[in-house]
Design a protein around this ligand. Structure first.
Ligand code: SAH
Ligand code: DHB
Ligand code: MG
Length: 221
């Protein structure tokens, strides 16, 4: 089994279970044309986020790390028409591309993009006492992952689901000398180990994005 097989399997399930999707495909084309890196979630992962948001009955979703808004579109599609998605992005260029993609997808009314360092925006959201989020997707700079999860808990309620991308990174999580990104995830895992407020697991994935994984945590109290 190698990466070619992982890619072929992803393509097979994309074709069988997801099919063509002009809004998402044009978001990817516009993001590539604008020079954004192609590091968004895969097609099958995007649909997983959509199904998780539907299963959670999410009415309010928070995303940290927008890029061109590919994962955002998947998540926002799971919202009821009066639902809201708040997405945080450091780079104003990424945010501008994303906003265009949301307009084209007919989702602009449900999505608010906040530009700036996510930790600062999260602090402001707390000060403003915004309504709690039902689902949080964390996919920005990896060294800040433990801080993002703690902020997400503060903005959540009983039953909220927190999903963290890129917790495996080709196995970097268990490297003898973990890099700053793996260290962020390891700090999160050891914090989770010492508390009972969150019930968590991590799932390794292979596919068109190589070998990686998601961490999922539910707010229990
Ligand atoms: N969720 C997207 C991919 C996000 S890529 C998708 O799957 O479609 C990671 C994004 O996080 C990049 O756009 C990067 O600019 C942004 N980012 C990096 N550091 C950040 C920070 N401190 N605050 C907010 N966003 C940040
Ligand atoms: C990469 C992948 C990601 O999912 C991400 O959020 C950031 C970077 C990467 O492959 O470099
Ligand atoms: Mg990611």
């Amino acid at each position: 089994m190698n990466e070619d097989t992982w890619l072929a399997v992803d393509e097979y399930f994309e074709e069988q279970l997801i099919g063509e999707d002009p809004a998402l495909e044009s978001a990817l084309a516009a993001s590539a044309a604008a020079g954004l890196p192609s590091i968004q979630v895969s097609v099958c992962q995007g649909k997983l986020l959509y199904l998780l948001a539907l299963a959670a009955g999410a009415q309010r979703i928070l995303e940290i790390g927008t890029l061109g808004g590919y994962s955002t579109i998947w998540l926002a599609r799971a919202l009821p028409s009066n639902g809201q998605l708040v997405t945080l992005e450091l780079e104003s260029h990424h945010a501008a591309v994303a906003r265009q993609n949301f307009k084209r997808a007919g989702l602009a009314e449900r999505i608010q993009v906040h530009v700036g360092p996510a930790l600062e925006t999260l602090g402001r959201l707390r000060e403003q006492r915004v309504a709690p989020f039902d689902l949080v997707f964390i996919d920005a700079d990896k060294p800040n992952i433990p801080r993002y999860v703690k902020a997400a808990v503060e903005l959540s309620k009983l039953g909220s689901l927190i999903v963290v991308d890129n917790v495996v990174r080709g196995g970097a999580i268990v490297a003898p000398e973990p890099d700053a990104s793996a260290t962020g995830v390891r700090q999160l895992a050891s914090w989770l180990a010492g508390q009972t407020q969150l019930s968590a697991t991590a799932i390794q994935t292979v596919g068109s994005k190589g070998y990686d994984g998601f961490l999922l945590a539910r707010v229990q109290s």
